[in-house]
Design a protein around this ligand. Structure first.
Ligand code: PCP
Length: 387
């Protein structure tokens, strides 16, 4: 019905680039198979990004499970830089050659979204950021998109299936359609208040028919203490100076004793807009900026064949270890098998590439989305802030 691949088609390599199947047939015809090591890394990050968040490892693990290979990888949520291996595969080339396309696909898009979420997280400081982007991309991948946004730092996701996947409660406010059908935001609020679960925060959208500041006063007076926040999703045709509009709404609400009513903004929100609106905003709904985040263009490259280091031009040959210092959080890359315990700063190194799959069996305890998010938050304070 939909233009998507099934899980078994992906597992069987049906979404892979055909040249892999042709190369496999060619190698098989010459009974040519080799035991290799291959690494995944990106040579560059998008835009001005200096770091990125690795995401997609859980799906990659389930995808590779059962193949006669061994894999080590950074834990999902690890912050990495360009030119740094994030995953290493070992096994017969013919065993996993066709897996290259989907394997990279699992990591490229999810890592881009998680990184964008982490950048928005940093920009928003302690303010809430909610993923509102499920509608911007193909529905089949909405759960992956919002899981990636969550582990990167979003406080919640709006999609029902997305929330189910990560074991969280979906977060939503009020669509314009409810105000249009009931004819007025106070009516819409009354109906929603009567039917939504009691734990759902009551948020009214105030940009449907009239000017935001007058709608804000009206709904605050009508809803009283029940009103948690007002949402501004002001259309571009009316947006003008959003900061000024927010300032007026804040002023009018405070003047009338509604300083407890928070301001929630959505529509075209990205890092720069967050920084600009922060003095007035309590929470953001971010859609396109997250769903349409740049992908991280990882590649998978052979670095060893039958124990001999070898790689194409532009890549360093030989399997590698990636070490991070516990104190200064600096990362270094050394040839596999070499030892390095102490950082120049005196701190101890720890290994970032950890065993994920051993002879086809997933050996790592794949953490929950919330645990991965905590891992990202901790690094954002330490690893990234040294920038
Ligand atoms: C949109 C809806 C999305 C927001 C904007 C994300 O408003 O609220 O979640 O926008 P972004 O992709 O630019 O970040 P509408 O399309 O007006 O939808 P609704 O009336 O349902 O809020």
């Amino acid at each position: 019905m939909f233009h998507i691949a099934t899980e078994s088609e992906i597992k069987k390599g049906k979404t892979s680039d055909v040249y892999f199947s042709r190369a496999i047939a060619a190698l098989k015809s010459a009974k040519l198979d080799k035991h290799i090591k291959a690494e995944i890394r990106t040579n560059s990050l998008p835009l001005e990004w200096q770091w990125a968040v690795l995401a997609g490892i859980e799906e990659a693990a389930h995808f590779l499970e059962g193949l006669k290979i061994s894999v080590s990888s950074m834990e999902e949520g690890t912050i990495f830089e360009a030119m740094t291996p994030v995953l290493l595969i070992e096994g017969s080339y013919l065993e996993f050659a066709v897996a290259e396309t989907p394997l990279l696909g699992f990591l490229c898009q999810a890592s881009g979204i998680a990184t964008k979420a982490a950048r928005c997280r940093k920009a928003a400081g302690g303010r809430q950021i909610i993923s509102f982007g499920a509608r911007r991309m193909h529905p089949a991948i909405a759960p992956m998109i919002e899981r990636s946004a969550f582990i990167g730092g979003c406080d919640g996701v709006a999609g029902i299936k997305s929330a189910e996947l990560i074991g969280e409660v979906p977060v939503g406010t009020m669509p314009h359609s409810l105000v249009l059908l009931t004819g007025d935001v106070t009516e819409a609020f009354k109906l929603l208040d009567r039917t939504a679960p009691s734990e759902v925060k009551r948020v009214a959208i105030i940009d449907t028919f009239a000017d935001e500041k007058f709608e804000a006063i009206r709904i605050a007076r009508a809803a009283g203490k029940k009103l948690f926040a007002v949402r501004l999703d002001t259309p571009i045709s009316r947006r003008g100076d959003m900061k000024q509009i927010l300032g007026e709404v804040r002023w009018e609400l405070d003047l009338r004793g509604f300083s407890n009513v928070k301001l929630f903004v959505s529509g075209g929100i990205d890092e720069d807009e967050i920084e600009r609106l922060n003095p007035l905003v309590d929470a953001y709904g971010i859609g396109t900026a997250l769903s349409n985040a740049p992908t991280i263009n990882f590649s998978l490259d052979i670095v060893e064949i039958e124990g001999e280091p070898v790689s194409k031009r532009g890549k360093e040959s030989g399997a590698k270890e990636v070490l991070r210092c516990e104190s200064c959080h600096k990362t270094i890359i050394i040839p596999m098998g070499r030892e390095k315990t102490k950082c120049r700063c005196g701190g101890r190194y720890y290994y970032l590439l950890k065993s994920l799959i051993k002879n086809g069996e997933v050996v790592s305890k794949l953490p929950s989305a919330r645990k991965i998010r905590e891992h990202v938050m901790k690094q954002l304070e330490k690893v990234v802030s040294r920038e």
